[in-house]
Design a protein around this ligand. Sequence first.
Ligand code: HEM
Length: 186
Amino acid sequence: MNNSDYGPLAPLIGTWKGNKGTDVAPTADNSEDIPYHETIIFEAAGDVTNAGEQHLWVIRYHQVVRRTSDNEVFHDQIGYWMWDPEQQQVIQSLTIPRAVCVLAGGTTSTTPNGATQLDVAAEAGSDDWGIVQSPFMNSHAKTTAYSHHLTVDRNTLSYSQSTMLDIYERQFDHTDENTLTRSDSL
Ligand code: HEM
């Protein structure tokens, strides 16, 4: 096995740091923009075979996000990226410690200058790419949709994501974006 088996996920493998993040989060009567910095570690996790026929290549990741103002961790996320070469499909599964799990599916493409793009999405209620959450979150802060766009080009990784919430009796587009640099190559 070598890293090229991971297809479009291969460029992710490593440790990334970025300090230009912006989170837009809901408050009871409005929203707040919160600057953040973060570390994401992506590790090669081998391959699996499902039902004797589907072959997935797997990257495991851990994302730790700190508020710039006080350096406190305010978001922690664990998940996998998976690549199905046969279907040319990219899959992201993630868990956050608010009792919310997402399974998002999508596609990959290459830009004219050779950067790799990953685009995945999920929706609450979908049998395929869905969102599962606790009874409390379902009734008070329900995640109804998730989409994530990631671009990786050698030593630069950037992402933007939208997490739609039903919270405080309104729909809220909770967004996050950041640009990270490969820190294990420095
Ligand atoms: C870089 C990524 C993310 C950051 C920095 C972040 C940060 C935040 C912040 C600051 C809040 C406001 C509540 C608080 O102060 O703790 C919040 C709320 C929330 N986030 Fe995120 N979030 C991120 C990604 C996600 C993702 C991927 C999901 C779900 C798939 C999610 C689901 C929620 C939910 C359900 C709430 C509502 C809880 C509440 O406001 O009481 N977030 N997030």
